[in-house]
Structure formats: C-alpha cells, structure tokens
Design a protein around this ligand. Structure first.
Ligand code: MLT
Length: 262
C-alpha cells in the first residue's frame, strides 16, 4: 500500500485486525519485508503495521538528512492517516533510534515500546567518521559497498547473509546516504529512558556483532517497565533468525499493554 505522508509517497503494509495495534520498524538499508514471515506466523491475531522508512523499500527517497525525528514524524502521520490513536512502536536497530525519537516527540501516541537489537546512545566520534566514509563510498559506487560490509555483520547464517546482501544492494543510494547522515546526527537518548513509562521490551541477540549484550541489558534496566529478552544463537536479526522467540516476546508485550488498557 502507498499513502501520501509528510509530502512523500510512503510504502507500508497492514496485517490482521484487532487488539492493540503494533508498528514494526525495520533497520538501516533494509525494508518492511524482514518482518513479514514473523508477523504472518506469530502475530496474525493483531493489527500489525509495517512501514518502509523514507528512502527505504517503496517509500520515496529524500535527498538531505533523514533525521530520526523526521522518520518518527512520518510514522505519526501514517498512524493519523490510518486513524490509529496509539500504538505499540517497536524498532529494529536504526528502527529503534526512530522508536526512541517517537517516544520523545509523541509520548501520547505510544502505548508500548519494543527495542530490538538497538541502542539509546548517539554515535561515537569514530562511529560518525565511519558513517561519512560510507557516505562517500555510496556516492561513488552505489549500495554495493554497504551490502558487502554490513550483510556479514548482521548474522552468521550464510543463507540469510546472502538474502540481506541482496536486499541491501537493492536499496536506494540516496536513501542510504540520508539515513547515514541522520544516524550520525542523532542525539543520545539514554537519559530519557527512565521517563518512558509504558510497557517495554528490549530484545538482544546473544551473538549480535553490532549491539553489545550488556548495553542492551542496561537499557532494559533503565526503563521503568522494561523487560529483557536475550535470544541465544541469534545475531542482529532476531525476526529472521529466531522468529518464534521474537514473536512470542512481542505477543507478551502486546498482552502487557492490553492488560493496562483493560
Ligand atoms: C541497523 O542495522 O539499522 C544499523 O546497523 C544501525 C547502525 O548502523 O547504527
């Protein structure tokens, strides 16, 4: 499906009906397709909204900087367009940065929160420099250098590495560049975690090569109603590497939200 949101054509998909609506936000360079097998198999009893972040998947490319707050604004406008007042917002990796921006700017629209293989801190100086090196490579060579460097760090499952390399290689270079600049510009949001009072779930892959397990646990501990789900034998992509464990965790989060809403 497509809708005109915030001045761009925005791609998204909705599964199921009923219960507390849940939004699942993909990570950097990927698109909504990463969620489909898990959502279809494990969350079919609920309304699941799968957006393509701007510059990703079927959503229009935006030249410039995709600030995490702009990506969150796109989502709140999508919810408005769909007539959804409040949602459980869950984000994977860069999608988690967008989730935290959503929690910061639209707390009244948030009924629950899922942070999946992500972090609350800003980039280090070194991390930021690395983003700008990648911007230059993508400007010259397109998405291939990103696909080659990121795909093997996402998972140890060779067939998934191939699948992710193909998905990343198809991503729009302009979309990748604006997201890299947006991630480099994102603020540290660790100080706001104690203020996010909604039921929250932090999911970590025990073998994640991108997110440190201890940092993920600290993030869960800092959330007033946070629970922690470390998934063994899983890297950065629990929705594809262990859809059952992640699906069950998300269902438990949905039930916690529904119990509060009565
Ligand atoms: C992602 O998977 O979204 C990215 O690896 C996150 C990042 O580069 O910080």
């Amino acid at each position: 499906m497509k809708a005109n949101i915030n001045g761009i054509q925005f791609g998204y998909e909705v599964f199921g009906q009923g219960g507390a609506p849940i939004v699942l936000i993909h990570g950097f360079g990927l698109n909504r397709k990463i969620w489909i097998p898990m959502a279809a198999e494990h969350l079919s009893s609920h309304k699941v909204i799968l957006p393509d972040l701007r510059g990703h998947g079927e959503s229009d490319v935006f030249e410039g900087t995709s600030l995490m707050s702009t990506l969150a604004e796109d989502l709140v406008n999508l919810l408005e367009y769909m007539g959804v007042k409040k949602a459980i917002v869950c984000g994977h990796s860069m999608g988690g940065y967008v989730t935290l921006a959503f929690a910061r700017h639209y707390p009244q629209r948030l009924s629950g929160m899922g942070l999946i293989t992500t972090r609350a801190e800003a980039d280090t100086e070194e991390g930021r420099a690395g983003r700008y090196e990648m911007v230059e490579k993508v400007q010259k060579q397109g998405a291939a250098p990103l696909a080659d460097s990121l795909a093997p760090r996402l998972t140890k499952d060779e067939s998934l590495v191939r699948e992710m390399r193909a998905m990343l290689a198809e991503a729009s270079p302009a979309g990748i560049i604006s997201a890299l600049k947006g991630m480099a510009a994102r603020p540290d949001r660790s100080n706001m975690l104690p203020e996010i009072a909604v039921p929250a779930l932090v999911v970590a892959g025990v073998q994640d090569q991108i997110i440190d397990l201890g940092d993920a646990k600290e993030m869960a501990d800092a959330l007033p109603d946070g629970s922690f789900l470390p998934i063994p034998e899983v890297g950065h992509l629990p929705m594809l590497e262990s859809p059952e464990a992640l699906g069950k965790g998300l269902l438990t989060l949905i039930r916690r939200v529904e119990a509060l809403e009565g």
